[in-house]
Design a protein. Structure first.
Length: 252
């Protein structure tokens, strides 16, 4: 039986059963309306959506992640604060290939700094295979939406996978994003199957406060290249980073 037929059959059964109520943990009751809503949420996973082709030159540079999916399968990224990312060209990944080097604080805005890298290989208009350090297999990175071009650069990027389970929203400037684009992006996400009964991909804020301190590309490179551990106190790490940064500057 095809997926569409299966979903319609399941919906018919739920309607035919009537408003039976099933007790859940907490004070709310799960009724047939909620079940149908959940069914509709799951159905979005199998509906196609438009991919947006991007110009790599307009995507290069500094970004900040402002939203992620409520259910995050990258566990160490579940509690991100003060995220920053730098998109670079990566010719090794083929035509249109990119790398995203990232840093964020864990558990609080003063937590340990984590670094992360994604390598993207273009497979079609707005479609990329994403290779990361913590997975042995590639994952999808599809461009669901892209913001306007200001001063030669995109203002925001929205990425997900074919089934809309994951969600990444990058903004050039978090303050300007929330002021100018957040509402229209949220509306497009809601219409496109994010949030609501699709609770797993509900957009969840990533903290980007005025008290955030962001490492530059050079510092992220040093942190990734040298044996810096999360348990080392900042009093030990900072002099180490300064010395390494000076060496890089003198050799440039």
């Amino acid at each position: 039986m095809k997926m569409g037929s299966t979903l319609r059959y399941a919906a018919f059964l739920l309607l035919a059963m009537g408003p039976y109520r099933i007790m859940c943990i907490g004070e709310d009751l799960l009724n047939s309306k909620t079940l149908l809503g959940l069914l509709g949420g799951f159905s979005h996973m199998f509906q196609k959506f438009e991919r947006h082709e991007i110009d790599v030159d307009k995507a290069l540079g500094r970004w900040h992640q402002v939203y992620k999916a409520a259910v995050n399968f990258d566990q160490f990224q579940s509690n991100m604060y003060c995220h920053v990312a730098y998109i670079q060209r990566n010719k090794v990944m083929g035509a249109g290939g990119m790398s995203i080097v990232e840093a964020f604080r864990v558990n609080s805005r003063e937590g340990a700094v984590k670094t992360y890298k994604r390598d993207l290989s273009r497979t079609g208009p707005g479609e990329y295979w994403m290779f990361t350090e913590d997975y042995f297999y590639p994952r999808q990175f599809f461009i669901f939406d892209v913001g306007p071009v200001i001063n030669g650069s995109y203002e925001y990027l929205v990425a997900t996978d074919a089934n809309r389970i994951s969600l990444t929203i990058f903004a050039r400037d978090p303050v300007m994003f929330y002021k100018l684009y957040d509402q229209q992006v949220q509306e497009k996400l809601a219409k496109g199957g994010f949030g609501g009964y699709s609770f797993w991909n509900r957009p969840e804020n990533v903290y980007q406060g005025f008290d955030c301190a962001y490492p530059d590309e050079k510092e992220i490179f040093i942190r990734r290249a040298l044996p810096i551990t999360d348990v080392q106190p900042q009093s030990q790490i900072l002099p180490f980073l300064r010395q390494a940064s000076q060496l890089l500057s003198s050799s440039a």
